[in-house]
Design a protein around this ligand. Structure first.
Ligand SMILES: [Zn+2]
Length: 100
């Protein structure tokens, strides 16, 4: 995990968010609750486990089902999703999500 230096909040460990939300955060726009979807990444080997906040458009594009990616059977989907995530300040993300 890398670090991010936020103008407002200083240095923090980066959080990841999909490009759609990244863009809205950047221009100070709100999103709807229905546009925030949590994807659970399930890896039996324990390397890629995690939760990621994305948007329904990305879910549709990649074809993620049941808000879950199984790394063993769906590694390609995991890669596709991961490549579309952008690093943000975790505090800014928290504020963005609290405004919904
Ligand atoms: Zn910040």
């Amino acid at each position: 995990m890398g670090k991010i230096n936020c103008e407002i909040h200083g240095e923090n460990v980066i959080a990841l968010i999909s490009e759609y939300h990244h863009e809205r955060m950047g221009i100070g726009k709100k999103c709807k609750l229905s546009e925030v979807k949590t994807i659970i990444v399930d890896d039996k080997e324990g390397l890629f486990n995690g939760h990621y906040q994305v948007d329904p458009y990305l879910i549709r594009e990649i074809g993620i089902q049941n808000s879950r990616i199984d790394v063993q059977s769906d590694f390609k989907k995991y890669e596709l999703m991961f490549n579309k995530l952008s690093p943000v300040c975790p505090m800014c993300l928290k504020e963005y999500l609290s405004k919904i």
